[in-house]
Every structure is written in C-alpha cells, then in structure tokens.
Design a protein around this ligand. Sequence first.
Ligand code: HEM
Length: 144
Amino acid sequence: PHTMPGEEAVDPYTVDPSNAGARPFNGDAMARAFHGQDGIRRIVDRFVASNFADPRIGEIFTNQDRIRLKRTLFEQFCYILNAGCAYTGRDMKAAHKNMGVQQNDMNRLVENLQAAMGAEGVAFAAQNRLLAKLAPMRKVVVER
Ligand code: HEM
C-alpha cells in the first residue's frame, strides 16, 4: 500500500525493497542491538519529534506528513537492521526532491538520530554501523 489510514495521499510509486537505499544487515545482531522493533519504534518516534521541534531544521519538516514519516522511517530502519520489516516507502531521491536539504541539515539530522539512539541505550558500535549505512544517502538527499 502506498498510504495507510491517517496519512495524506502521495503520488503513485513502485514499492521495492531497494527504495530503502541500503541493503539490510545479515543476522540478528543489529536488530538485538536496537532492542528489536519496540526499540526501533521508540528511536524513530523520538527522532521524528526532535526533527520537527528542531530550531535549525524543523522548518523543513513543517507541514509534512508526520504520521507517514514515522511509519516509513520505522519500516526503513527495521528493514535495514534486519528486524523483520518490509520497506514500502518512496526511494530517497523521490522522498527528498526539491526540499533544498543542505549538508549542514544532514549533519543536524544525524545528531538528532544519535541522540535518539543514545536515549534508547544503543551501543556506539551499533549506532555507527547504522550511520554508515545511511551516510551514502547524503548524495541523493542533499541538493546544492
Ligand atoms: C540518510 C538520511 C535520511 C534518511 C534515511 C531519510 C529517510 C526518509 C524517509 C524514509 C522518508 C519517507 C519516504 C516516503 O514518504 O515514502 C523521508 C521523508 C522526508 N525527509 Fe528524509 N531522510 C534522510 C535525510 C533527511 C534530511 C537531512 C532532511 C531534512 C533536514 C529530511 C527531511 C525529510 C522530510 C521533510 C520528509 C517528508 C517528505 C514528504 O512527506 O513529502 N530527510 N526521509
């Protein structure tokens, strides 16, 4: 499904695992390090809330569909961490098109993600392994 109840309509797109922008980890070590789907849910909720409330990048999120973002980000992280989910959202290029995201916005977003992972008690080594999966996405998210 492209949208779930409570979400705004989006233009049609093809659902594909590759839309997640990274291949999943093997095995269950990363899923355990993030405390499973419950832990990933807590991290995503905190991360999304902090981005919307952020004095530096919050403006980019204003008027965006927070319900959908929480769902698709959860799916994406859960999929990449091999915690038992499929990613059904858009690809990273389409999702961030014409948003004008700059490198410093990306840095700030990563800081918010680090804070959310830290609050969940995710070990630094595991945090960094996820961040390494996300880092190459900068090339399609950041527009100059
Ligand atoms: C590696 C970095 C990033 C990842 C993994 C990521 C992930 C995602 C995902 C999964 C979606 C939802 C896709 C969908 O709706 O189908 C999304 C949308 C969005 N992202 Fe990102 N994102 C990243 C960087 C950023 C940055 C740096 C910003 C701005 C500071 C940003 C702002 C947004 C906004 C505002 C949306 C909502 C777009 C809409 O509803 O049309 N993202 N992102």
